[in-house]
Structures are given as structure tokens and as C-alpha cells.
Write a protein that binds this ligand. Structure first.
Ligand SMILES: CC(C)(COP(=O)(O)OP(=O)(O)OC[C@H]1O[C@@H](n2cnc3c(N)ncnc32)[C@H](O)[C@@H]1OP(=O)(O)O)[C@@H](O)C(=O)NCCC(=O)NCCS
Length: 166
């Protein structure tokens, strides 16, 4: 079991990381979403779609590594923290807080005072983590998730955090 003492390294993803990102993303997505989203989104999120999206989104991805292995990642676009994922074996360690801090830094560097993210109501672990990290639940809204068959409306909660004070 990894511990908080193991060094976490952040770096921009490269195309060579796409397979590891897809693996963490696929399993993490299921952990956070099964039973909490509609059948339309579940049907759209096949294993192959994570391979495709991880490869397409390399430029938006920062990975956290432990001992040279990818243990988690974030994707930030403009002021939106689109994805925060930690592999199952590295949850409950320092990695998630290192990643969310990096995501907040990136949103601030993109010129924004506030960052936002969407999380489905039933993803209790993620919501607890965001709240512990200083994010505020601003209530329910409909998030538009992209898919190969077109946009899918997903009931979610809108979280926000101030990331820049100047
Ligand atoms: C969300 C995620 C990045 C958080 O990282 P993590 O390492 O698991 O976070 P932590 O363990 O530090 O914190 C999670 C909090 O939820 C609590 N928790 C753990 N399991 C829980 C559960 N089943 N229900 C509710 N809370 C839970 C933990 O005790 C902790 O709260 P605490 O600080 O009050 O003790 C990680 O769980 C993950 O990758 N999940 C799958 C992917 C996902 O859902 N991503 C977010 C999409 S919006």
C-alpha cells in the first residue's frame, strides 16, 4: 500500500501516458458513476472511448507519478477542472490533494479567479474530497457530457472554488 511519504511527481502528460490514463479513467469512472448516472451515459462510456479520449486529451492532462508509475491525473480546460482521477490503489494518499492543487493552479494561471467542476450527486467520495479541499457545492445543474453519439445531459452538482486573489 502506498503511503503519504512516497514522493509524488507532477508533469504534463505525453502520448506514452495515454494507455495508463485510460486505464485509471475507465475504472475510476465506473467507481464514481455506476448507479449514479443514466443508461444513456453508461452505454456511451465503453472501454474503447476512454482509450480514444485519453489519447485525444493528452495536451489537457497532467499526470501524478509515484515511483515512475502514473497514479492519477487531472484535465483542466480554461476554468473547468474536467477530470480528477486517482488509481484505486493510490486513493487515500496525498495524490488527490496534490492533483487538485495543481488543477487549481492551472485554472488560476489561465486567468480565472474561480474554478468549477461538475460531480454527480451519488459520487459521495469525490464530493467529500472536494469539500475537504475547500470547494463549495453551489447546487444541482445539468452538465452536458460529450459522447460519440452527441451531447448527453447529466444531472450533477456544480462546485466552485476561488483560486486567485489578485
Ligand atoms: C475522487 C478522488 C480523486 C478522491 O481521491 P481520494 O484519494 O479517494 O480522496 P481521499 O481518500 O483523500 O478523500 C475522500 C474522502 O471521502 C471519504 N470517503 C471514502 N469513501 C467514501 C464513501 N464511499 N462515501 C463517502 N465518503 C467516502 C474519505 O474518508 C475522505 O473523507 P475525509 O477526508 O473526511 O476522511 C478518488 O476517490 C477517485 O479517483 N475516485 C474515482 C474517480 C472519480 O470519481 N473522480 C471524480 C469525478 S468528478
Amino acid at each position: 500500500m502506498p503511503t503519504d511519504d512516497e514522493a509524488v511527481t507532477l508533469r504534463p502528460a505525453t502520448p506514452d501516458d495515454a494507455a495508463a490514463v485510460a486505464e485509471i479513467w475507465y475504472h475510476g469512472w465506473r467507481d464514481g458513476h455506476l448507479g449514479h448516472v443514466g443508461d444513456d451515459l453508461l452505454a456511451a462510456r465503453t472501454p474503447e472511448t476512454f482509450d480514444v479520449r485519453a489519447a485525444q486529451r493528452v495536451d489537457d492532462t497532467v499526470v501524478a507519478t509515484v515511483g515512475g508509475t502514473v497514479a492519477g491525473f487531472v484535465m483542466v480546460v480554461d476554468d473547468e477542472v474536467e477530470q480528477v482521477y486517482v488509481s484505486a490503489r493510490h486513493r487515500g494518499t496525498a495524490i488527490a490533494r496534490v492533483l487538485i492543487a495543481e488543477a487549481e493552479r492551472l485554472a488560476a494561471a489561465n486567468g480565472h479567479q474561480y474554478a468549477w467542476l461538475a460531480v454527480v450527486a451519488g459520487n459521495a467520495r469525490a464530493r467529500r474530497f472536494y469539500e475537504r479541499s475547500g470547494w463549495t457545492d453551489e447546487g444541482p445543474f445539468d452538465y452536458t457530457a460529450a459522447s460519440a453519439t452527441g451531447p448527453i445531459s447529466v444531472p450533477a452538482h456544480h462546485y466552485r472554488k476561488r483560486v486567485r486573489f489578485t
